[in-house]
Design a protein around this ligand. Structure first.
Ligand code: PEP
Ligand code: MG
Length: 747
């Protein structure tokens, strides 16, 4: 009996393939298809509903329902049984449809006489295209086998839709799912706006032959591809770099899936029903994606992601389609990816206008690189890799964390107006480049920039920054597969100093650990890495790398002043130890006959509340102090800077945090040590003027903020703002944001 089912199913699929190959319009094809499916399933009705827009399904073709309801009957996503199938991505099978919860009767279709209902989603790797339905008069419950058969047919329909089989004159103007405008709300990781065309980091695999003629041949192809996949996974497992810490766990899961008999068996069953090997893999992948969408458990989601990744690899083996599809990168490319590593992003470099990621995080390596390259980055853009096609027009609003895919003209126009306004403002700021940030009261604030790449250095001259207040040295380590050599680093730091043309550059020693894990370092399985073994803690425990970095910095600075800053100092002893290590390296370099820097200034980053209470001696020992507000704030409020749920919950202008900053200013003032603020807040207008009014005389920020902040400071009286702030606190205000915003508005 199953044999007969298989051959029926294959016959139907081959018939569908003939329809696809024959000339004809999309509507005509769909009409024929519904007829053949109803015939093969022995049902009175077969209907195809396709998405008209992201929320609406439309009856596109039917055998059995009233013909006049075609293109008239519409349902919202989630509405009725059809809407339920579309929303959940799962089939609905009932012998008594009217009694089913959520049933909605559409009188114009004449469906009241049909009792049984089977609906399956038409979807392709997570992309929902529509719903395929069969109905019959007799109260019949469809068997598992019939459900499976209809799912296989739906898979072929999805592939046909992807190939454009249903587009024709009749369908023009009512595009299929991924042809209409879509707005996706994500999170902002790097501000800025950009317009361009989608460039998929991992282009979708195109399956041109969803139907397989000879099941034996298709199974042999699948077996061969799976064998190759297993070999690849095994060789990854043999690689010590991949096979350590968390990597080992992931690799083990890959091996488990790659060797899974049930996975292979399910794909072979689909081939028996008439699918090609590729379509069988996609059918499995689509189901895993649908489960992924509804899974809330982290562990399960990770495993489904692994399975998805493995299916992609298998598809690429089967189709021979690699990352390089021969497509040409469009002008103004906007990179769209699920996630991307720092080295890959650096490879694309400044070619990119923007980046949109489905995953990512504000502190990820990719984010660090996007910041250094000053390209807008939106993260957590759900479904973007499923929705976007190579070459689609796209607008990225990194300020709001919003992406418009295939935008309508009105949206694009408003967006261009915003871009033009920003460009206009930039011109205005350029005129201020050589002027000081002197406020009306006569106080001058030094504006420095944050950097981390050679690519940042042109901004030093263009923005008018007085120096680099924070040079993050992690990137040179993150972007490599091994520890960089001392000579390489020295050469790079020397280039940085040359490009700085005498302006000071404060090099921060390696801040790894926490979210910044080096690819070649064994990841530590820490429950709370931000408070774990990171930055100077690693440097002091494993001194080799820190020593090497300090030597490289000394060699790069021959005859020039060297500024070194130690990250994440928590207590005085750590700073003393790091300072001693630096001095030892100076002595060593001298012993070896190397020329030394003309001057060495050593500083600490104040990023933990504890350091604000360090002994006075600590402040006196430092040549300068830089407040790392990003970390300081997360530890002060006990709110993870990486966690979207709590990240914005506490405000830097809360008077408790302001009191901490004042205490730091006071301690630095007493010890006569210069202090700056280098967290992201320094580049935000309201925060920057507030910090300046409190007493910070140096702010270090991303280059793009220097113009706007200078423009603002030059127009205000900081001593007046100080009085306004004090008055507000006397009146019991617990947050200064309104006070400062209102005051600025009155200026
Ligand atoms: C900070 O913590 O404020 C800082 C500037 O360092 P990072 O953002 O690199 O941790
Ligand atoms: Mg920090």
């Amino acid at each position: 009996m199953p044999e007969r089912k298989d051959s029926d199913s294959r016959k139907l699929l081959l018939r569908l393939r003939e329809i696809l190959a024959a000339p004809g319009g999309g509507q005509d094809r769909l009409d024929q298809i519904t007829h053949h499916i109803a015939d093969s399933m022995r049902t009175e009705v077969c209907s195809i509903y396709l998405f008209r827009d992201a929320e609406t399904l439309e009856l596109w073709a039917t055998e059995g329902l009233k013909p006049e309801s075609v293109h008239k009957t519409r349902l919202r996503l989630g509405e009725g049984l059809v809407g339920r199938v579309a929303r959940s991505g799962r089939h609905v099978n009932t012998a008594d449809a009217p009694s089913e919860p959520g049933f909605r009767y559409m009188p114009e279709t004449g469906e009241e006489v049909y009792s049984s209902f089977l609906g399956v989603p038409v979807q392709r790797v997570g992309e929902k295209l529509g719903v395929l339905v069969v109905q019959s008069r007799d109260a019949r419950q469809f068997s598992d086998d019939e459900v499976y058969g209809l799912e296989v047919v739906a898979m072929v329909l999805a592939e046909m839709a992807e190939l454009g089989a249903f587009q024709s004159a009749q369908l023009d103007g009512t595009p299929l799912q991924h042809r209409f405008p879509t707005m996706i709300r994500g999170g902002t990781a790097q501000e800025g706006v950009a317009e361009g065309r989608v460039w998929l980091h991992e282009p979708r695999v195109v399956v041109t032959n969803p139907v397989g003629e000879d099941p034996q041949k298709e199974k042999a192809r699948l077996t061969e591809a799976v064998a190759m996949l297993r070999m690849k996974v095994d060789s990854m497992l043999a690689d010590p770099e991949m096979n350590s810490g968390d990597g080992a766990e992931v690799m083990e899961t890959y091996r488990m899936f790659a060797h899974s008999r049930s996975w292979l068996r399910r794909m072979e069953e689909a081939i028996d029903r008439g699918l090609s090997a590729e379509a069988a893999v996609e059918k499995e992948q689509s189901q895993a994606r649908a489960r992924l969408e509804s899974a809330s458990d982290h562990y399960l989601r990770d495993r489904l992601h692994d399975l998805d990744d493995l299916a992609n690899r298998l598809l690429r083996i089967l189709t021979g389609q690699g990352k390089d599809t021969g497509a040409e990168m469009p002008e103004d490319p906007i990179l769209v990816a699920r996630n991307i590593g720092p080295a890959e992003l650096l490879d694309y470099g400044r070619k990119l206008r923007g980046v949109v990621l489905e995953e990512g995080s504000v502190g990820s390596h990719a984010t660090v690189v996007a910041r250094a390259l000053s390209i807008p980055l939106v993260i957590h853009a759900e479904r973007i890799t499923t929705e976007a096609l190579n070459g689609d027009s796209i607008l990225v609003d990194g300020d709001m964390g919003v992406v418009h895919l295939r935008p309508e003209d009105t949206v694009a126009k408003a967006f261009r107006d915003k871009m033009a306004m920003q460009a206009e403002a930039q011109k205005r700021y350029a005129g201020l480049r050589d002027l000081p940030a002197t406020a009306k009261c006569g106080t001058t604030i030094q504006l420095y920039m944050n950097a981390g790449l050679m690519a940042d250095l042109p901004s030093l001259q263009n923005s008018g920054a007085e120096g680099v207040g924070l040079f993050r040295t992690e990137l040179q380590f993150l972007a490599r597969t091994r520890v960089p050599r001392r000579g390489e680093l020295a050469g790079l730091y020397a280039k940085v100093l040359e490009n700085a043309q005498g302006k000071p550059v404060m090099f921060r020693t390696l801040d790894i650990g926490s979210d910044k894990v080096l690819p070649y370092m064994k990841p530590q399985d820490e429950p709370n890495p931000a408070m774990g073994w990171r930055a100077i803690r690693v440097g002091l425990d494993k001194r080799g790398v820190l020593r090497m970095q300090l030597q490289a910095l000394i060699r790069a600075s021959v005859g020039r002043p060297l500024y070194v800053m130690f990250p994440f100092v928590t207590e005085m002893g750590e700073y003393e130890e790091a300072h001693r290590l630096l001095m030892e390296q100076m002595a060593r370099e001298q012993r070896l006959g190397h020329e030394l820097p003309s001057d060495v200034r050593v500083g600490a980053m104040l990023e933990t509340p504890s350091l604000a209470f360090a002994p006075r001696k600590f402040f006196e020992m430092c040549d300068f102090i830089s407040v790392g507000g990003n970390d300081l704030k997360q530890f002060f409020f006990a709110a993870d800077r990486e966690n979207e749920r709590v990240r914005r919950r506490y405000d830097s202008l809360n008077t408790t945090f302001i009191a901490l900053l004042e205490q730091i200013l006071q301690r630095c003032h007493e010890a006569r040590v210069p202090v700056s603020f280098c967290g992201e807040d320094a580049g935000r207008p309201i925060e920057a003027v507030t910090f300046a009014a409190l007493g910070f005389r140096r702010l270090s920020m991303r280059p793009a903020s220097i113009g706007p902040i200078k423009h603002l400071i030059r127009r205000v009286d900081l001593s007046e703002l100080r009085r306004v702030i004090d008055d507000a606190r006397d009146l019991g205000e617990t947050n200064l944001r309104h006070t400062v915003t209102d005051w600025l508005a009155r200026q």
